[in-house]
Design a protein around this ligand. Structure first.
Ligand code: ADP
Length: 823
């Protein structure tokens, strides 16, 4: 470094040369002061740093007559950037790069050098640092003395700087340092303001600043957007100009409060805005001068309308939910935290467990439980299981506040937070004491029922209506011949074994009982045994309900076949007895009528005969008397026939009818009989035609055979409508057939069997007299003779009665009594 030249002062007279030098020095000094003054003024002007630096550097070089110079600004991280340069290579804005080591200013990239420069107040000569270089490095201090830049000056080799020059240099260095410091501060402030501005503009908050005159000095974009105006149309305006009167008044009142207290304060403000009334959470705050005088009020507000709406909606829903939860009369809803402490207690829970919410919230719910859940750690275990498995059900006895006990059925669900953590638990509690007691009672009665079933031999069944499964009790299936292991749990097993004719009625009565809230069901039906037999069963059922809902049915089935058969037999006998009584009554009325008719006629003929006899004279003649007598005889004959029919019945019934078999020529016998009957049939208007070929020797009771044929011929006359009657005999060596054919009214097919029964008639008693006994007697006799009596007939076309008899019956049957108890 060049030692500055110190102008010496000498005692005495000052030589002219020295004086000249002194004058020159004073002038140089004066010039430097001038430069400093003008630079000082420049610094006060609002020049940009590069401009000022350039000007300062230029003045400095010129004043000190230096050849080159550069101003290097120290950046963060210890690097340097060129602010201004003269006569030197770096351009303004250029950074010092170590690569440019050939340049002298590359020295600045050497940390040891910069440390040295910054450590020195005084300029550091370049020479020892950069061989061949001549110059100075000057540290530029900032506003608080820290190094902010380096001034690198080059000078011609012969050039020296004196002390004045150096102090000038220092002064300029201070000026430049201060300028750079200022520039730094300005930059920092600008960056801060920009950051703040970006923050405000991007903020979801409505931000505004009002000056003391009440006009907005700053509003962010969001503020203006709510007013549907550009920012510029809001700035400079008052609340009265921007908002409706009531809103503006309210804002003023709030501002006044803030100004009066000098403290920031939060308000909920409802503002009338173009899009409607919106709710804001507004923070209003006073802005103060450093001395404390407020000069403005600020506002930061957040639109909480949507939030409020959501909050209201949430509250409404919560209220509804609570009402619902509290409305559950018979269920307690309980909230638990993760530790099992009560956080929520519904009205239902209060009713159920007897504790009020305030008495139990915060406590462990387990304390009201007995047994399992009350055991230390059990509740935690149950909760952990619920968290693991999503749900846990527990039944345990609880003690109410009043000391009464009840069986509580608790279902525990875990409650999860949105992000997945466990928030707590929700418990649904029900008092199931009644159900439990009913179940116990049921179990007891089931046990009793099992015993009863053993005692009575009934098949007990238990039908789970919810699961639709039937359980058959002990021996239930075996009683119907099925193996005990038969898979009969599906109700269709039972259904399929009901007799098809009874099935619909049984099932519909069952459905009716279940659906119509009836307690009991009863049915009697036929049921299929394993061996294929149908048995009659009596089935009872009892319907169990839960809350009105049918859940189960228990019943018993008993085999009542014997009782049923006895009943059927009884009712059949009753029916038959009724019928017999009816027939007897009918017979009595017909018989009395039949007996009365010939008697009346007979009486009439006898009266007339007496009249003739008493009158005498010409009225009485033997011919007239004979005629009357033969008419009377005819009626007597009718009576005899009737009475002998009745006698025959009683004989046949009691087995006392006797048969006298003898071998006769049947053809001849029939011929003789027909001769006798011919006259009688003529009365009816029917002609009798006979076809008899040869003789038929046969062994028979001729009286009885005649009785049958007389009966058939008299019917043919009675029902033959006066049309011809044919009688024929034909046969072989074993048997012979005697047929009596008429062409009268005929017999309906459905009556053709019936007419052979006692008192059975196919015609009305009004049109044709008769007891309905002739054919019955005839068939019985035919059977006794070892043959048959049958009929073929068509209504309206006549009938053919055929008597088939063996010619030589091997043995005559013993006379059997008729088993007719009711006769
Ligand atoms: P009844 O005294 O009523 O004739 P029967 O036992 O002889 O008694 O006959 C029974 C019924 O059979 C008669 O009432 C009649 O309805 C029917 N019947 C019998 N014979 C004839 C026939 N030849 N033609 C039509 N119906 C007959």
């Amino acid at each position: 470094m060049v030692s500055p030249a110190h102008p010496g002062t000498e005692q005495g007279r000052v030589p002219a040369a020295v004086a000249h030098l002194q004058q020159a020095a004073q002038q140089a000094q004066l010039r430097r002061y001038g430069v400093l003054a003008s630079l000082g003024q420049l610094a006060l002007r609002d020049l940009s740093l590069p401009c000022f630096a350039r000007e300062s550097l230029a003045q400095l070089l010129e004043t000190l007559e230096l050849s080159q110079g550069a101003l290097w600004e120290l950046l963060d991280g210890g690097r340097f950037r060129c602010v201004a340069s003269f006569g030197a290579s770096p351009r303004p804005g250029q950074l010092v790069e170590p690569a440019e080591a050939s340049e002298w200013h590359a020295l600045l990239a050497t940390p040891s050098l910069t440390a040295k420069v910054f450590g020195e107040e005084a300029p550091v000569p370049l020479t020892p640092l950069a061989p061949g270089s001549q110059g100075l490095l000057v540290r530029l201090p900032g506003s608080s003395g820290e190094a902010v830049a380096v001034l690198a000056l080059g000078m011609l080799p012969e050039r020296r700087c004196d002390a004045d020059a150096l102090s000038f240099l220092q002064a300029v260095a201070h000026l430049l340092g201060a300028a750079i410091s200022r520039e730094h501060q300005t930059r920092t402030r600008r960056a801060e303001v920009e950051r703040l501005q970006a923050l405000f503009e991007g903020s979801p908050l409505v931000i505004g600043l009002k000056g003391p005159d009440g006009r907005y000095a700053y509003v962010n974009r969001r503020f203006a957007t709510y007013l549907r105006k550009p920012v510029e149309e809001v700035l400079g305006h008052t609340d009265e100009e921007l908002f409706p009167a009531d809103t503006a008044r309210m804002m003023h009142a709030h501002d006044d409060t803030v100004r009066a207290t000098g403290e920031p304060r939060e308000f909920e403000e409802e503002l009338a805005l173009p899009e409607g009334r919106l709710l804001f959470l507004a923070e209003r705050f006073p802005l103060r001068e450093p001395g404390g005088t407020p000069y403005a009020t600020g506002l930061m507000a957040l639109d909480i309308s949507a939030l409020k709406r959501t909050e209201r909606e949430l509250r409404r829903r919560e209220g509804e939910l609570r009402q619902m939860v509290d409305g559950l009369e018979d269920q307690g809803i309980i909230g638990l935290d993760t530790q099992g402490r009560v956080t929520g207690w519904s009205r239902g829970a209060e009713r159920l467990k007897g504790y009020k919410a305030e008495e139990i919230i915060g406590r462990e719910v387990a304390f009201i439980h007995e047994g399992e859940l009350a055991r230390p750690g059990m509740l935690r275990e149950a909760l952990a299981k619920a968290a693991r498995e999503g749900r846990v059900e527990a039944e345990s006895w609880c003690v109410r506040k009043d000391g009464s006990r009840f069986l509580s059925e608790d279902t525990v669900f875990p409650l999860w937070m949105e992000e997945g953590g466990l928030r707590g638990f929700s418990v649904v509690s029900r008092d199931v004491t009644e159900r439990y007691e009913a179940q116990m009672e049921l179990q007891r009665s089931e046990a009793r029922y099992r015993l009863v079933s053993r005692a009575t031999g009934e098949s007990i069944w238990d039908w789970d209506l919810v699961e639709n499964r039937v359980e058959w009790g002990e021996q239930a299936l075996e009683r119907f011949g099925y193996p005990a292991r038969e898979s009969a749990s599906d109700p269709s097993w039972w259904e399929a074994r009901i007799h098809p004719e009874d099935r619909a009625a049984v099932l519909s009565s069952l459905v009716r009982a279940i659906e119509h809230g009836e307690e009991r069901w009863y049915a009697e039906y036929r049921f299929l045994r394993a061996d294929g037999d149908q048995v009659w069963v009596r089935d009872h059922g009892y319907v169990l309900r839960e809350g009105g809902r049918p859940v189960r049915m228990i019943g018993a089935m008993a085999d009542i076949t014997r009782r049923r058969r006895a009943e059927e037999e009884r009712s059949r006998l009753y029916r038959e007895a009724q019928e017999a009584i009816r027939l007897r009554d009918e017979f009595l009325s017909v018989a009395s009528h039949e007996l009365k008719t010939p008697l009346t006629t007979l009486q009439l003929h006898l009266q007339m005969l007496r009249m003739l006899a008493t009158k005498g004279g010409s009225a009485f003649s033997p011919e007239r008397a004979t005629k009357k007598l033969s008419l009377a005889e005819y009626q007597v004959q009718r009576l005899v026939t009737l009475v002998s029919d009745l006698l025959d019945i009683s004989r046949l019934n009691s087995g006392r009818m006797e048969f006298r078999f003898e071998t006769v020529d049947v053809a001849r016998m029939v011929r003789e009989l027909l001769e006798r009957q011919r006259q009688l049939l003529r009365h009816c208007g029917s002609e009798l035609r006979v076809q008899l070929r040869g003789g038929y020797a046969a062994r028979v009771d001729p009286m009885r055979l005649e009785q049958i044929l007389t009966n058939l011929l008299s019917n043919a006359g009675k029902y033959g409508q006066g049309k011809p009657i044919d009688v024929s005999i034909e046969g072989d060596e074993d048997e012979y057939f005697i047929r009596v054919r008429d062409r009268g009214i005929g017999i309906a097919p459905e009556d053709q069997q019936r007419i052979f029964e006692r008192f059975e008639r196919a015609v009305s008693e009004r049109h044709y007299g008769g007891l309905g006994l002739g054919l019955w007697i005839s068939r019985r006799i035919a059977e006794r003779l070892g043959g048959t009596l049958t009929v073929r007939s068509r209504p309206g076309e006549g009938s053919t009665f055929e008597l088939r008899l063996p010619r030589f019956p091997s043995e005559t049957r013993p006379s059997e009594p008729v088993d007719e108890a009711h006769w």
